[in-house]
Design a protein around this ligand. Sequence first.
Ligand code: NAP
Length: 313
Amino acid sequence: MEEQVKCLIIGSGPAGYTAAIYASRADLKPILIEGVQPGGQLTITNEVENFPGYPEGSSGPVIMEDIRQQALRVGADIRAGMVTEVDFSQRPFRCVVDNRDAILADTVIVATGASARWLGLPSEQKFRGFGVSTCATCDGNFFRKRTTVVIGGGDTALEDALYLAQLCTKVYIVHRRDQFRGTKALQNAVFATENIEVVWNAVPVDILGEQKGFIKKVTGLQVKDVHSGEERTLAVDGVFEAIGVTPMSDLFKGQLEINEQGYILTQPGTGRTNVAGVFAAGDVQDPNYRQAVIAAASGAIAGIEASRFLMEN
Ligand code: NAP
């Protein structure tokens, strides 16, 4: 099947859905392909207190569903699926969905977001899904009344530790420096939580565990003091990694200008990529802020820019 559209939006976080709201209201009749994690990273965030319009705070999945419903109400055609191939060498741009159906798009908005990074420890992949996770809100429940460790010192690590502290007997935070980079409000909450212990100036060396047949379980995290080099083992049942994100830009390599860290390069304040008619919004092009509200705003910019582009061309 091949169909033609004025605007194709790839990705479904706050950037993608907001781009869909703006493109729909500009009568571009956009198609949005949701990708592997409909709703994006916010759907694995438990409590969100800094997205405007929710005076009591809300949960990531609720906020994302609200924005999605808003996009649907103004006419966006939101579809499950993955864009598996793009050709930005000529307009209309040819994009293939699920290795099958082609969409010829006059404009494309890339809003594929970012995904959690992994440390690359020797035993990490062995115990992934058996006590090693990058999503506390998804997997925390398996560690009720157990001991866990969160690795990292940013907002995600602090939020994850606070969430886990409600379920677990004890939560360690292992951080490679002597201060957190996360928001002060979260830091204060962490310091005020009795069952959280911070292990400063330490890096993980390996994840320890046991395997009996197909059953695997984590038993500890080996950490090294960055100054003394001294190693110790924290006895834990679960390891949560919160060491930042990688932009989801692999699909666009060779098609768009992408920097060494994998972020799509855009002209500041416009969402324009190096290909006229292709725009990028949200975390896939934002190494600095990576906030839902900023992703939403950049989605709005991309939607407006796509509409202007079509008027001018
Ligand atoms: P981040 O801010 O990049 O923090 C990553 C943390 O992991 C840093 O503390 C870093 O240490 C540490 N780290 C990185 N690589 C490491 C390694 N190889 N070994 C050990 N530690 C390592 O990532 P994030 O916490 O996921 O946050 C991403 C963005 O989302 C940020 O802009 C954040 O503000 C935002 N966010 C906001 C909220 C919120 O507002 N509620 C919630 C979650 C995330 P260093 O500090 O030494 O670099």
